[in-house]
Design a protein around this ligand. Sequence first.
Ligand code: HEM
Length: 201
Amino acid sequence: MAVCYELMDQFMEILRPITTVEDETHGFRYMEGRSIVGFIDGTENPAGIESMDYTLIDEDQDPEFVNGSYAFAQKYIHNMDAWKKLKTEDQEKAIGRHKFSDRELADEEKLPNAHNVVSKDEEGGVEHKIVRMNVPFSDPAKDVTGTYFIGYSKDFAITNRMLTNMFTKSDRLLDFSTPITGNLFFIPSKTTLEKIADGDY
Ligand code: HEM
């Protein structure tokens, strides 16, 4: 935390006069890489080299910003009391996976609006993926517990379609989760950052 503080303090010397800090959320890694709702997070994420194909802007797409990425961040508050009142089998039907083993439920066992059904993007008959992470946070003094979602994609349209699907198809997880922020960030590549530092942009 001390190193984080020092780094933040140095950044803020430059940023303070030109920015407003809207929010600071301290997340943590929950047990066994689970999301705060108790299910293993990130199973269907593309991993390793494959993840680069889904997240980094390529030459054909946008040559000027190659290797950059679009990060969408959204803070959710969960109604943990209501979620915890659900039986494990009902939580499993809502997420679409088994809680302990992380095995996927058969399609007929899932709710039609299970999270892993409605969050999928299959535009044009092809499955499009993003790289996601759900970071738990909790403030017992305010009785607030939630998830800081972040999803990286080479094309924000994919993330946007996932969100639209979740909200228009009444994702069961959203019965227990309320979004309170939502922001899209462009993440420049190291080369672009160097150009900015050299005054070339
Ligand atoms: C409210 C906070 C959220 C929680 C707690 C959550 C949790 C989960 C969990 C536990 C899984 C199953 C394991 C996995 O494959 O990662 C999952 C899958 C998934 N989530 Fe979320 N998620 C949240 C929000 C979102 C949002 C905002 C999006 C899209 C913008 C999203 C997109 C996906 C996708 C695409 C999958 C994989 C579906 C599949 O192909 O099986 N999630 N999520």
